[in-house]
Design a protein around this ligand. Structure first.
Ligand code: GLU
Length: 464
């Protein structure tokens, strides 16, 4: 019999909880074979939970973990629409209502050619934990389509959104499931979705969707919230090590909504974002993406639909590295804000070689598990996305609160509440991580804290 002791958890590797986790991972692999991203997410989370299950054997007895890994509902639907030339196109729509134990399902809609059932499934699984971390009463869900808004006219996007909501409206509601934006879905798409929902239903239920324009119940700071939240969370990490954002250089990937919010806040706090990336490569701006003109240009690039970061290098006369990622660049902090698995083991090796101390995940699951393990082993402090980027969904809930109270908070009020939520997430996960013997380990802390919130609610509600 094996009696290896895991040095992190002080538990025997052949403990009941260890074997239970392994059996659930094996089952997840078996019934979701080929769903690599979903399996990656499940393994990463479950591998932190051994000490929790040892302390709460009732979660093993009631098979909470296996139930936790199975979505409550997966909706796949057809989205036919007509392009400007009169051609009829068909895309696939998805909504996964993953876990509703602590509140109505909540999560964004992603319109991107890479979207498929497995992508939405891993995002919905992670959203469940992320939403639990905010301390707000929301369950986890996610949706989207393989529709590519890039290069489409406004009319095409509107017709697509109308067709999409024609099916989705049956499955959402303020106490059921509350979508929002994500990659490829911003204020414009949310407006088309909400407008048609209102038309079909004949009711004005503005808390059925978040990320709305201010003119019909949106919240101030919602567009900035994900990016601002990431920087507030990152500031807490730095504070823990008696450091500050001021004067720090940041290597960032992406140039969409999340990157925009991060650039704005980093500039405000006296840091310097020195890289941005797109599908075509990355730019290096030694002076920093710090002026209003540069930060506003990110929105202009996004609205142009060209999806080329090279445009930034031409406009501001800075170097552009075609087909490359910015992870070889020396910086104090790394914030990947593009898409999943942006940082692989090779990039992780470059990051470690450059002596980077902090990495705060902006996008959802931007690092492979191998990259995470390598960086952790080599002393990089990692702020996991499910904690770091929870500010977006948190402000969505603040939007709902304002809708329900029929009032609007000022920018300062929303921003203050957002900061408070991010500070609390950091405090809660640090405290639980050390309680369970992991020390200052934000990844284990986030997994344990999020899981415990949901698991307790599931346990109390019987078998679902
Ligand atoms: N798509 C965002 C996320 O990944 C926001 C979701 C929401 O506001 O519901 O958390």
């Amino acid at each position: 019999m094996k009696d290896t002791i895991n040095p992190k958890t002080n538990l025997k590797e052949d403990s009941i909880s260890h074997r239970y986790i392994k059996s659930v991972i094996d089952k997840v692999k078996k019934i979701n074979n080929n769903e690599e991203k979903f399996i990656q997410a499940v393994e990463e989370v479950l591998n932190s939970l051994e000490p929790v299950l040892s302390r709460y054997p009732e979660y093993i007895e009631t098979n909470i973990l296996e139930r936790f890994c199975e979505p409550e509902r997966q909706i796949v639907f057809k989205v036919p629409w007509e392009d400007d030339m009169g051609n009829i196109k068909v895309n696939r729509g998805f909504r996964i209502q993953f876990n509703g134990a602590i509140g109505p399902y909540k999560g964004g809609l992603r319109f991107h050619p890479s979207v498929d059932l497995e992508t939405i499934k891993f995002l919905a699984f992670e959203q469940t934990l992320k939403n639990a971390l905010t301390g707000l009463p929301i369950g986890g869900g996610k949706g989207g389509s393989d529709f590519d808004p890039k290069g489409k006219s406004d009319g095409e996007i509107r017709r697509f959104c109308e067709s999409f909501i024609c099916e989705l409206y049956k499955h959402i509601g303020k106490d059921i499931d509350i979508p929002a934006g994500d990659i490829g879905v911003g204020k414009k798409e949310i407006g088309y979705l909400f407008g048609y929902y209102r038309r079909i239903k004949g009711t004005f239920e503005n808390s059925v969707i978040t990320g709305k324009d201010l003119s019909y119940g949106g919240s101030l700071i919602r567009p900035e919230s994900t990016g601002f939240g990431i920087v507030y969370f990152c500031r807490e990490i730095l504070n823990h090590f008696k450091e500050d954002i001021y004067g720090k250089t940041v290597a960032l990937s992406g140039f969409g909504n999340v990157s925009w919010g991060v650039c704005k806040k980093i500039a405000e706090l006296g840091g310097k974002v020195i890289t941005l990336s797109g599908p075509d490569g990355y730019i290096y701006d030694a002076k920093g993406v710090s002026t209003k003109e540069k930060i506003d240009y990110l929105i202009e690039m996004r609205n142009s639909g060209r999806d080329k970061i090279e445009d930034y290098s031409k406009k501001f006369n800075v170097p552009f590295f075609s087909g490359e990622k910015p992870w070889k660049v020396k910086a104090d902090i790394i914030i990947p804000c593009a898409i999943e698995n942006d940082i692989d083991l090779n990039s992780a090796k470059d990051i470690v070689k450059n002596g980077v101390k902090y990495l705060c995940e902006g996008a959802n699951m931007p690092c492979t598990n191998e990259a995470i393990n390598y960086m952790r082993e080599n002393g990089v402090i990692i702020g996991p996305f499910k904690a770091a980027n929870a500010g977006g969904v948190a402000v969505s809930v603040l939007e709902i609160s304002q809708n329900n109270m029929k009032l609007s908070w000022s920018k300062e009020e929303v921003d203050l509440k957002l900061n408070e939520i991010m500070v609390n997430i950091h405090k809660n996960i640090v405290s639980i991580s050390s309680q369970y013997g992991f020390g200052y380990d934000l990844i284990s802390g986030a997994n344990i804290y999020g899981f415990m919130k949901v698991a307790k609610a599931m346990y109390m509600q019987g078998i679902y």
